[in-house]
Design a protein around this ligand. Structure first.
Ligand code: UDX
Length: 460
């Protein structure tokens, strides 16, 4: 198999490859000059927030890790190219709302075919529905120059945001899919050899191309399904007096089930779960498997139900009206330790509060204010911007957000919300002062002693 010496990729995951493999030159390419400048900035003001990333870039940048807008040069020089581009859900056309938009993957693939003058291993890293690698292969082969061969691999990313760097340092597994031909297997070995620099051999799984692609969708669908299952049970707990944390703890002790990913919440968010499940739904439907499609669709529907149920509980608890009341929403990111807001449950909650004509104060330690405004505008496309701005205020601390509020809603499990001076918050709020904990974060008993009326997911 070919020994990889130069890698070209889009997206920052390859920074870790550079760190762990000083003998490989890694170039991260991006057409966006501002982003590349940020990657290259002397004071390490990187374009994304991810714990540990800065340290990686500090060590490898300029040594064997480079950032550039010169995509063509990156492609030409590399012997292995990671294609990790956006595959958002299609907004129009066939499969709108479900199928992935593969336009960017196709454009990237065509570019590689056009520019490459030597043989390349092309690795599909974006989450894409099954058999995308096949399309990529066809495009590459139809456009390759003589003497220039392309081998396609699938190498899905399993990292989670907020823990991306530690996930990459110590992955549960690395999955590499290839054609089962001698050339395919040899390309697979080349990539496996890169990971062998820091990942134990028994954690590098090599499978067929299709299995690899489907495994990525399957893993995310099953993780999301666990959350929807625990959230469905949280509704039963609220109605019956059981405590969802106790139930999750008891259930998770079964080694076959395991304790992780059983935290009831106001609903899952993030760029992957919903998108991947809808992809799976679309795939199942196109394979004429309507029952399978309905099964997976229900995971997303349960998540929507969980968010609606939470907003309704807020209104019900506050004497059936929140009109004109001020609600502090703590947390806007889809989970803690990230500034990412894609599909964040907070967006839906705030939209619900807005349509009940409440005033909303928002505080999040990481999300930029422009991002919050953009998300809120997108969530209520019919509301004029001025109306939104009249109803919503973005604050720069939790304390400020809670000032003169009637209720506090915890939407993201930021650790710092535990260290809030709740006595102080209580004295600044209108009474009765309500707290709605959508993340099982705060000590409800302690807060009740202060005087708060506390409502927690999965508890009566
Ligand atoms: C996920 C997968 O974990 C990762 O393997 C894949 O590569 C990308 O998608 P990510 O979206 O970054 O990663 O976040 P994750 O930690 O999985 O959380 C997703 C959502 O589920 C968050 O909104 C989180 O708050 C929620 N969640 C998670 C729960 O509500 N309860 C849990 O027990 C776990």
């Amino acid at each position: 198999s070919v020994k990889v010496t130069k890698i070209c990729c889009s997206g920052p995951t390859c920074a870790v490859i550079a760190l762990k493999c000083p003998h490989i030159i890694v170039t991260i390419v991006d057409l966006n000059q501002a982003r590349v400048d940020a990657w290259n900035s002397p004071d390490f003001k990187l374009p994304i927030y991810e714990p540990g990333l800065e340290e990686v870039v500090r060590e490898a940048r300029g040594r064997n890790l480079f950032f550039s807008t010169d995509v063509d040069k990156g492609i030409e020089e590399a012997d292995l190219i990671f294609v990790s581009v956006n595959t958002p859900t299609k907004k129009s056309g066939v499969g709108a709302g479900f199928a992935a938009d593969l336009n960017y993957v196709e454009l990237a693939t065509r570019r590689i075919a056009q520019v490459a003058r030597t043989s390349k291993i092309v690795v599909e890293k974006s989450t894409v529905p099954c058999r995308t690698a096949e399309s990529m292969r066809t495009i590459l082969e139809a456009n390759s120059k003589p003497g220039c061969r392309f081998d396609i691999l699938s190498n899905p990313e399993f990292l989670a945001e907020g823990t991306a760097i530690s996930d990459l340092f110590k992955p549960d597994r690395v999955l590499i899919g290839s054609l089962q031909t001698p050339e395919g297997l040899s390309a697979c070995q080349s990539l496996a050899a890169v990971y062998a620099n820091w990942v134990p051999k028994d954690r590098v799984l090599t499978v067929g191309l299709w299995s690899s692609e489907l495994s990525k969708l399957a893993a995310n669908a099953m993780l999301a399904q666990r959350i929807s299952s625990i959230n469905a049970l949280s509704a039963i707990c609220e109605a019956t007096g059981a405590n969802i944390d106790e139930v999750a703890h008891a259930v998770g002790y079964d080694t076959r089930i395991g304790p992780k990913f059983l935290k009831a919440s106001v609903g899952f968010g993030g760029s992957c779960f919903q998108k991947d499940i809808l992809n799976l739904v679309y795939l199942s439907e196109s394979l004429h498997l309507p029952e399978v499609a309905a099964y997976w669709r229900q995971v997303v529907e349960m998540n929507e139900h969980q968010k609606r149920r939470f907003s309704k509980r807020v209104v019900d608890t506050m004497f059936n009206t929140i009109t004109g009341k001020r609600i502090a929403v703590l947390g806007f990111a889809f989970k803690a330790d990230t500034g990412d807001t894609r599909e964040s449950a907070a967006i839906t909650l705030i939209r619900d509060f807005q349509s009940e004509k409440a005033y909303v104060n928002i505080y999040d330690p990481q999300v930029p204010h422009d991002q919050i405004w953009a998300d809120l505008a997108e969530a209520s496309p019919l509301a004029p911007v001025e109306t939104i701005q009249k109803q919503v205020r973005i604050c720069s601390s939790a304390m400020e957000a809670c000032q003169d509020a009637e209720a506090v809603v915890i939407a993201t499990e930021w650790k710092e919300f535990n260290d809030i001076d709740w006595e102080q918050v209580y004295s600044n709020m209108n009474k009765p002062a309500f707290i709605f904990d959508g993340r099982l974060l705060v000590d409800a008993e302690k807060l009740r002693k202060i005087g708060f009326s506390v409502t927690t997911i999965g508890r009566p």
